[in-house]
Design a protein. Sequence first.
Length: 630
Amino acid sequence: MVRLQDDFYEAINGKWAETAVIPNDKPVTGGFINLHDEIEDLMLTTTDKWLKGEEVPEDCVLQNFVKYHRLTADYEKREDLGIAPALPLIEEYKNLRSFADFTEKMAELELAGKPTGLPFGIAPDFMDAKTNVLWAGEPGTILPDTTYYAEDHPQKEELLALWRKSDTDVLRKFDFSDEEITDLLDKAEALDARVAQIVLSNEDKSEYFKLYHPYEFKEFAALVPTLPLESFFTRIIGQVPDKIIVENPRFWEVAQEFYCEENWEYLKATLILSAVGSVASYLTDEIRVLVGAYGRALSGTPEAHNKEKAAFYLAEGPFNQALGLWYAGEKFSPAAKADVEQKIATMIEVYKERLAANDWLTEETKRQAIVKLEVIKPYIGYPEKLPERYYDKVIDENKSLLENAQFLKELSIKHSWSRWNQPVDDSEWGMPAHMVNAYYDPQQNKIVFPAAILQAPFYSLEQTSSENYGGIGAVIAHEISHAFDTNGASFDENGSLKNWWTEEDYAAFQEKTQKVVELFEGQDSYGAKVNGKLTVSENVADLGGLAAALEAAKREETYSAEEFFTSWARIWRLKGRTEYMQLLASVDVHGPAKLRVNLQVPNFAEFFETFAVTENDSMWRKPEERIVIW
């Protein structure tokens, strides 16, 4: 039997892991996933009744969801139609004769939500977080990260072969010849190999305050003279923009090598593959399963979702906020909302006191940190209302599934571009209320807790206060801590990129966060090595969250350190497939679940005292090696 003193995570979760079964259509199971599965069961049971015309809500948006769901679930009709609904789109791309032909039509394609290979979008300006501006991103890659393209990467050739097989199987269903398929995939793979040399790694992108490179628009357009960007954006947003924010100048400095007549055949191949991928989920069930094969191979998942789940998730996408509001109305009580509001207020107050008592910051920086803390906006349970655009999502049951999907895409793209140069709408949620997750938005300085995560094992009115603080309390404080992690520390109380630190204080902060990098760097996770720099922001947030939640728990008469730490270990219980866990080590900014427990709790004297951990035990950490930042 594993001792708490030697492997705290295993001692708490080992028995559970022995009998826990990972569903065949998922890569993991555990605390978050079990809760997700319960919600999935509820949504499938409920929406199945709605499909039959039973207990259909009176809400007009949900009624349009039901209409759309009927189309996604009508596999008989989808089989009858076969690939026919998708052929016009694929022919549209096959018939593009040249790069010049493409550039003439690219605005039309963009507004229709069709693939363009142009990574432009709208998001808040880092220097003025209240205003949405134009951003230039970069293309994605076939493999999960640029590190996979190293010649000695053990999975490079295997994964590229899996990608080719998956795409070959799909393309054959669209009547491409084997010769055409080989040509398309060879060209797409060759282009991808070039792109992978100049785009950012996941580690690079994890420091997103470094992704801010403003350009005068004319200066940017001059980098890519092969693209008619002035006429493109005049059509898209009604005028030539004055500026654009570039995430990766390294890509755009050579972008004209990718967007040009000489590269057209390679770009065209990628666009044809993208066009096929954009419609495959709406056709026959066989094609739907085939198109997901590469993703399942990456995560080691044996089976695709069954038809029922696939139909639900396909229909849910455009209506997720409406379904979230329904869920919250059914499952999130006013009493729970009030209690969580109180907990957030308590956590902010505790954080404020900890900042005021901080012994390594100057008074000037502490004042600025408290200013930022005091204006953090908490969003709890569910949004107050649906975004207005949801009422435009009117489904025409006389049209095909793909025609309605295309209509919804056009609405979405229209909304996205309409935000240019407009105030940021901070009432919008980035997650629906039935998603088991939470987040901090540094541009809006807000913390968001959907109703789905505000239940056991994270939180329950039936759990003790210490259990709740070790669960949702630490999650709340984790999100608050993101305001002061290695990314959040660069943004001020208004969400704008601004240095509010003294030089001395920021150096001290970097010294402390480097210790967190070193603590996680190279740790084993299912045979893969953890990247300490990739995961540092989340690990700093865990550390701050645990420290503040522990202090809050201590203020309760019923405080129990044993319940607190045990609850923290329990919420991170996870059993995963090896392929998926190795993938996460390369791409996920979060540390592995086991390490989020075993590497964090030894930073607290209360852990050693409560569980009688001594220098002879594996969980021991010398006092001088324990890390406390916030």
